[in-house]
Write a protein that binds this ligand. Structure first.
Ligand code: RP5
Length: 171
């Protein structure tokens, strides 16, 4: 069995982020986009995180998705070490409910961009969908899968019905 070269790197600050970041992996898998998943912390393993970002281009990664909670420096640290686009997923890991991580990612200084998504699972899912759309710009196969995902999503809404009765409203 041949292992496909990863095009998207999913990185997270701790194994405790896996429950949320799994959503990104599931989404890429459903779209048949090859990815890899790594644990790398900006604070606990800074050299490994920097090395991962430095080698991203030569290893064929086209987008990096980075999830972290608390003082979430990871996406910014990766973005500082590579030109490969970095998408950040803030994780709700402290009593601040993810607001700490959100601001760390969104408030990057001008010149070092991190494309910041929503806090939590929706952010992880959307990071994967956004990465797919980036790859789709120059890859017709991925583009077809992205378009099919959107069409199916729309179809599901109509299948569930768009009319709401008084009975459903309980009035
Ligand atoms: C961050 O600190 C990680 O991304 C995680 O969200 C948070 C807590 O990490 P653990 O203490 O659970 O390893 O670096």
């Amino acid at each position: 069995m041949s292992v496909q070269q990863a095009r998207v790197g999913i990185v997270m600050g701790s194994r405790s982020d896996l429950g949320i970041m799994k959503k990104a992996a599931e989404t890429l898998k459903a779209l048949e986009i090859p990815f890899e998943v790594r644990i790398a912390s900006a604070h606990r393993t800074p050299d490994w995180a920097a090395e991962y970002a430095e080698k991203a281009e030569e290893r064929g990664l086209e987008v990096i998705i980075a999830g972290a909670g608390a003082a979430a420096a990871l996406p910014g640290c990766l973005a500082a070490k590579t030109w490969v686009p970095v998408l950040g997923v803030p994780i709700d890991a402290t009593p601040m409910g993810g607001m700490d991580a959100l601001l760390c990612m969104a408030q990057m200084p001008g010149g070092v961009p991190v494309g910041t998504l929503a806090v939590g699972p929706a952010g992880a899912k959307n990071a994967a969908l956004l990465a797919s759309r980036m790859l789709a710009l120059k890859d017709e196969t991925v583009q077809a899968k992205v378009k099919s995902f959107i069409a199916k999503q729309t179809e599901k809404v109509f299948e569930a019905g768009v009319e709401v009765s008084e009975e459903e409203l309980g009035i």
